[in-house]
Design a protein around this ligand. Sequence first.
Ligand code: ADP
Length: 725
Amino acid sequence: MLFEENIPKNKDQRSIYTKVIFITSWGIVACCIGWMLLAYYLNEPLIALLTGPALLGTIFATIFTAYGMPLLGRTVWSAGGIVAVTLASFTIHEAANPELMYLVLLGGPFLTFAVGRENLQLTIVVAATAISLMAVLLLGNDFFGAPWVGKETAEKYLATGLLFMVFILIAVEMAAFGILAHTNQVKMEASSTQARLASRAKTDFLAAMSHEIRTPMNGVVGMVEILENSKLTTEQSRIVETIRDSSTALLSIIENILDMSRIEAGKLELKLQKTEVLSVFEKSADTLRHFAEAHHVTLLMNYDPDLPKYMSCDSGRLRQIILNLLSNAIKFSKRPPEDPKGQVILTVGFSDKDDLKVEVSDDGIGIGEEFLSSLFDPFEQSAEVRRHEFGGSGLGLAIVSQLIEKLNGSIGVQSQRGQGTTFTVHLPIIDREGQIRCPDLRNKTIAYLKNSDDGVHYFQKPIEKCGGHFKAFDTPADLIAAAQIRNDNVVYIVPFACDDWQNDKASPVFNSRNFPDETKTIFLSPAPHHLAERSEREHIFLPSAPILNSAFSKALERAFNLKAPKPNVDNSEKDEFLANKSDDVGPRILAAEDNDINRVVLESQLAQLGYTPVIVEDGAKAYEAWKLDDFDLILTDCQMPIVDGFELTRKIRDDEEKDGQGRIPIIAITANAVRGEGERCLLAGMDAYMTKPTTLAALKVTLGQHYKKADHTSTEQSEARFKTE
Ligand code: ADP
């Protein structure tokens, strides 16, 4: 409705309009009083009468506004002005300058009605002003007869009065515009400060929560790792694996929430560094190998061999993007074990503009058109996903799109419900350097089975680039027949050897007995470790789903004896480490940690890594221990009672400087994952920092790096011992 209040009901907002009405009302009242005095002086009561409509309009406008009907008040106020000016134009026309008066009138509606919200009222009042002006101009000044005031008086007094009034009204309008703009600016500043404070409070709260959650999680993750390395029955291993997966999932939710709050607070910063491009994609795909297997999905990788070896990028964030897209693709392509496997393909190549183009495509549930527009919004999940309880927080894609934007790239999606999805990411290639390593495959042939779904065909271009020849066989029988004739320049890629691959019944075509010993073969298998253990003779196994370029190159080099043979199956870091673990007393590490459980975890982890741990509860005890005894490295929690990790470091560094001692490496283990904590550690004099929960692998790498760097003679002996690992 015309007079229905549609400005915000909020009191502050309403008071701006009230203020404007009141200010301009005072201006109009002042003008009216001026006119009345002039009428009295000229003894022309009719002139005083002209002020009537303006004065009445102003009085009613003020009353309506004061009694909570500002829109009606403002409309009456505008109408009063139009009536007064129109009457004046017709009656005192000898001196009236209608154009000037209507011009002043035009400021009124823009002052009293909110542009955008009250366009209807604004248009009506502006139109009424224009119609009145037209009427005056068309009908002529003397349409209602001779002017009230004589020509001489009008020119002498009224013309100046009118000019003066126009001047006052323009000044009042300007003042009102100024007040309106200023008030809005102040309000905007206040609300933006409020929003900033609220966002900071949220970030602080999340950081505190993350700190509180990370501390017990360190206990869970650490203990699970220790348990995994102990002797367990199959059932116990399964239980431990479930605990590990659940804690990893919980950690990733915490990370996502933290990332989201960093993004919202504008605190997300990239660490651009020289990045080995293909390695980032291979490691991401490798990480999800078991996840894909568990979801009955084949994960394949396809890359362009012309990719640069290095480019400048934030490798951690790039990995996060790929892991997110890949894990979604796998999750949403899950199939029951009795059905054919789902398929997810990671393709890395170039776009038309020579940017890096990454495609993650799947043949999963797809995305309905109605959901595509909110796909990248935080906490959004499609109806199917919510209905079928796929889990997840709906934060992954929101973070991915923000990260890509930060990396100056773009992301797009193509999908149809039930038909699968393809996400395409474009990223600029900055500081490209080098080429992907290529084994020398000149005169070599790589034979494979056409139409096998293991993704070997994706290697045609890379192999040809390395000088090799790629030969496809139509049927398994053809491949096996060709393999019976020895040729040292040909290697046969034998697809998907199953677990029972030596058993004729289980795998009548592809078992090792079909291939003579002297024929060069590479057996593809989703579980090469398993097969290697059960194999009667030494074979080359290549982990499939996905086949990684680095592993394929090594397998080819080994098959063709291009390099010294490497162990067939890589041991994981952990196995290698444990196998090499020495019974000697390892380097001495002083660790300060106030949480009981985390002390136990740290002690076991350090012992497992071959160090000799001395664990104390706080910084004060650590400082005493450091003074009394010799240590090779200090690990410290940051937040501890009595003396925290920062103060402990400062005290030690001060003493070292005073006494001219060598510098002991100090590494922080912090549960605080927010930006700035690491810098704080380094500023306090520490050498490095790690974020809880600390895994064995991360501890091993960081301790190894800093222990080796340590420069003090007391460690020479133990260093030698460490290096044997
Ligand atoms: P989450 O996976 O934790 O739910 P994301 O932000 O990663 O959160 O994804 C948001 C939603 O987008 C998902 O819940 C799902 O509805 C949809 N989605 C993302 N990737 C795919 C995909 N590959 N196939 C089908 N739907 C997808």
